[in-house]
Design a protein around this ligand. Structure first.
Ligand SMILES: [Zn+2]
Ligand SMILES: [Zn+2]
Length: 190
């Protein structure tokens, strides 16, 4: 079965009954998590030490993908997939042409790595494009354009070509870049 088939799947986090949305432009639409509705729920299940709070959905700390500083990630629909601590950091990262596409490609591979670090099988450009476009149709990623971007990140050791003989090629996030904010990866500060 196609793993992107529209299905009404509910978030696996105990305190959450939101639907997992990975198709269509919607605030909660995300192409990364298959068992959770959002970054908030995924992270809060990963980090049990943060769940000692008596609140049902307490804010949890997450590092900003621009400045690297921890900020409070919140459960509400509006904030559950937030990756920047502030508008300032968001604008700093989104500067430049077609940067949104680079952000989504890197964010996709980074999240897939974080969800399952031992899965080294990788993703083809076609799979990456299909999943990102399903959740963010306005980006209109193309397979060719995505492969070009990925090539540049391979040259900078941010993405790994998992098997140089494989056809089509498969890619994964390089674990050495996992603690570097996306802004530094995209704007070349490493
Ligand atoms: Zn959830
Ligand atoms: Zn920040």
């Amino acid at each position: 079965m196609n793993r992107l088939n529209k299905q009404f799947k509910i978030c696996s986090r105990d305190n959450c009954s939101r639907e997992i949305i990975n198709i269509a432009p919607h605030r909660m639409s995300q192409p990364f998590f298959t068992e959770h509705c959002s970054l908030y729920c995924w992270k809060s299940d990963c980090e049990t030490h943060q769940s000692e709070s008596t609140k049902k959905n307490p804010p949890i700390l997450h590092n900003c993908e621009s400045c690297g500083c921890p900020f409070e990630l919140r459960y509400s629909n509006q904030w559950a997939n937030q990756i920047f601590c502030s508008k300032k950091c968001q604008h700093k990262t989104y500067r430049g042409p077609r940067v949104k596409q680079s952000i989504k490609i890197l964010q996709f591979l980074k999240n897939k790595y974080l969800i399952n670090p031992t899965d080294t099988s990788g993703w083809t450009s076609e799979e990456i494009v299909f999943q990102i476009n399903a959740a963010h149709p306005a980006l209109t990623l193309t397979v060719g354009g995505t492969s070009q971007k990925i090539k540049r990140y391979i040259a900078r050791q941010i993405i790994i070509d998992v098997d140089s003989d494989a056809k089509p090629k498969k890619y994964r996030f390089n674990p050495i870049a996992i603690n570097t904010p996306l802004e530094s990866l995209i704007h070349g500060k490493i």
